[in-house]
Design a protein around this ligand. Structure first.
Ligand SMILES: Nc1ncnc2c1ncn2[C@@H]1O[C@H](COP(=O)(O)OP(=O)(O)OP(=O)(O)O)[C@@H](O)[C@H]1O
Ligand SMILES: [Mg+2]
Length: 655
């Protein structure tokens, strides 16, 4: 199958590969287990051989010791039959033992590969694919493939071999009756072909719908607060019931297909057996067959019932596995859109000065009809803090996401120290660029692990400093301090707590370039001021690009850039822009005039943080010191976390 571009639809179901081709493509996962597989097949064939030999021994018993009343011979052949039975049981045990470890091992390797591939795929892929579909592929589909590899495939090989060997023996024993048994394969073949085609379609539909149901469950688990707050429980339940009902109906149709075909697979061998019994008895009466041969013939024929009866199940299992392999390949075949260019250079963080330039940058999302950003020029000097301001939805977050190459520019280029960032190895670029997002994402691991995500080797002192910068000392009060596991997506914390942890994480990485997307939006004004004061110290040597909504946060920046209609339309200090750019004034004036910005509440002990002495607000090379008209005055007392005090520590566990 050709590699698909990274624009695959959310539930791609129309791409078909020839039957079993997708399964065949998984053969590289079998390679490490070749020895085990060969041993397993030898055990399986030997067990089949032992099983087939038993009826032949019975024939010898009936025509020999029983006919000639020979107790010693009976004992000898009885012992042989017993040994064959024991050997068959032992060999079957070996086969089962080997097949399960082989299949589980392969499933684990495929799952690791799919997961690693998902990590390599760029964010645009994850924007388009429903996470439930990915979840279903990495869990349900892989277990379907495992079931086929551990049972279906082995039974397919063993049962086909058994069928061919037994039919060949029957033809050799009594050609007319043997051929009668052999011709019963014709209706079986016709039924199998029809069933195979119909079942492939049905199983694909069921597996896609399972993904849809998983998506709904995931969405409602994530959005449980919103659902409850809006009283939409009933509607969500109805929506889920509709989707689950559809899956139920499709699954029933699929099961009926199997049930109907299985009935035919049961009927054919039993009908043939009845015909053979009658015809065989007549032949034995005419001396064309000995009684022993008839018994052996019928016993051998009984051995065909299971391989034929199981055929429906095996075909179904193979079709489900083919569909599952198709779905897994749809993910694996998607090529990462953002990769290292050939010859991309590695950069050492200590060598980076921090000149960040946007040169004629344009950017649009794949499905968009017109570019979100175009002809955008902007320079951030080493050590400078530049704030990007613009109306909501104008593309600020998108602009920031271009710096660590979460998305790639669609025109122009971004350079770091004069080098196109696409010519820098992704890994080293992302070590140099630290980012905190608007909606902070935390993982269900300990606070410590969340903090040190970008810098696992960080010392306790580093973590303490980062926490102090982000005013996130609340973590020491959690039940197990930094060892506390903070629950899925950090939902056991308040928005402000999450935001401060994400900020501490970004700061801890000691990036040369720091990209912060409205990092203080969820904080109360006093905590915000404290964070700003500490952040100003950190930003001293760091090139920083901030998205800012509140005028209070603008105080952090040396210069401000106004983003309008996809372009930077003005750059200057806050006061310059306020004085000269009406659009900027209009954007920030409402909040500038708010009492919250005028100063701290009188009750708190205060210290003036002069923006002037702080390096972050030191005179910029282009103009006057930033000032929003006043030196900001902030509390330096213990962090005020009153806004989150009542939050509690829902669902916190020890890591
Ligand atoms: N992943 C995406 N795929 C397609 N379009 C997107 C995607 N993310 C954002 N957009 C669109 O791009 C535009 C800009 O979004 P962006 O998040 O960059 O705005 P913003 O300036 O950060 O807004 P805000 O101030 O509300 O945070 C919006 O119209 C949005 O619908
Ligand atoms: Mg945004």
């Amino acid at each position: 199958m050709p590699a698909a571009p990274d624009h695959t639809p959310a539930t791609p179901s129309d791409k078909r590969s020839p039957a079993l081709h997708s399964l065949w493509r998984l053969r590289r996962y079998v390679r490490p287990y070749t020895g085990q597989l060969v041993g397993l097949l030898i055990a399986a064939f030997a067990a089949t051989g032992a099983g087939i030999a038993v009826p032949l021994v019975i024939q010898q018993v009936v025509d020999g010791p029983i006919a000639h009343r020979d107790p010693a011979g009976l004992l000898r052949l009885g012992a042989l039959a017993l040994l064959l039975g024991l050997a068959e049981a032992g060999l079957i045990f070996i086969r089962r033992w080997a097949q399960s470890s082989l299949a589980v091992g392969m499933e684990a390797t495929i799952r690791d590969d799919v997961y690693a591939h998902l990590q390599r795929l760029h964010v645009g892929f994850h924007d388009r694919w429903q996470s439930g579909q990915l979840l279903a592929r990495i869990t349900i589909d892989l277990s379907v493939i495992r079931r086929f590899l551990s049972f279906g495939l082995i039974f397919l090989v063993v049962n086909s071999t058994t069928y061919l060997m037994v039919v060949a023996l029957l033809v050799a024993m009594h050609p007319p009756l043997g051929l009668l048994v052999a011709t019963s394969a014709v209706p079986l073949f016709v039924v199998s072909r029809r069933f195979t085609r119909a079942y492939l379609v049905a199983s694909r539909r069921v597996q896609d719908e399972q993904g849809d149901v998983a998506t709904l469950v995931e969405e409602s688990a994530q959005g449980v607060r919103t659902i409850k707050a809006f009283g939409r429980r009933r509607q969500m339940t109805d929506r889920f019931a509709a989707s689950a009902g559809q899956l139920h109906d499709t699954a029933i149709r699929k099961s009926r297909l199997l049930a109907n075909t299985s009935a035919l697979f049961d009927l054919v061998p039993n009908l043939t057996l009845a015909v053979v019994l009658v015809a065989g008895t007549v032949a034995a009466a005419h001396g064309a067959l000995t009684i022993g041969e008839l018994v052996a013939f019928v016993t051998l024929q009984l051995m065909l019932i299971w391989p034929i009866e199981s055929l429906g199940w095996i075909i179904a299992n193979a079709q489900e596995a083919t569909t599952a392999a198709d779905r897994v390949h749809e993910v694996l075949d998607t090529q990462p859109a953002i990769t290292d260019r050939p010859g991309a250079a590695e950069i050492v963080p200590t060598d980076v000065t921090g000149w960040l330039r946007f040169e004629g940058v344009s950017f649009s999302y794949p499905a968009a009809t017109r570019p979100l950003l175009h002809d955008l020029d902007l320079t951030v000097r080493p050590g400078e803090t530049l704030a990007v301001v613009g109306a909501t939805g104008c593309g600020k977050t998108s602009l920031l996401s271009l710096v660590p190459r979460l998305h790639d520019v669609t025109g122009g280029r971004i350079t770091l120290d004069g080098q196109d960032i696409r010519d820098i190895q992704l890994g080293s670029l992302r070590r140099v660029v630290g980012m905190a997002f608007e909606e902070p994402t935390l993982f269900s691991m300990s606070v410590w692990e969340n903090l040190t995500l970008g810098r696992p080797e960080a010392s306790e002192d580093d973590v303490r400093t980062a926490l102090a910068v982000a005013q996130a000392d609340f973590v020491y009060d959690l039940p197990w301090g930094l060892e506390t596991r903070i629950g899925e997506q950090g939902l056991s914390l308040s928005g402000g707590q999450r935001q401060r942890l994400a900020l501490a994480r970004a700061v801890l990485g000691q990036p040369r370039v720091l990209v912060l997307d409205d990092p203080l939006s969820a904080l109360d004004v006093h905590t915000e001021a404290l964070v700003e004061a500490a952040l100003a110290r950190v930003l001293r040597d760091t090139t920083a690009l901030l998205v800012v909504h509140r005028p209070s946060t603008v105080a952090l920046a040396d210069r401000v850039a106004l983003l309008t209609d996809g372009r930077i339309t003005a750059v200057g200090t806050h006061s310059e822009l306020l004085a000269t750019v009406p659009a900027y004034r209009a954007l920030l004036s409402a909040t500038t005039a708010s009492p919250a910005d005028a100063g701290p509440p009188p009750a708190l002990p205060t210290t003036a943080i002069a923006t002037a002495p702080s390096p972050a607000t030191a005179p910029s090379p282009t103009g006057p010191t930033i000032a929003d008209g006043t030196s900001r005055t902030v509390a330096t007392a213990t962090p005020s976390t009153t806004a989150e005090k009542g939050t509690g520590n829902r669902g916190l566990v020890r890591s």
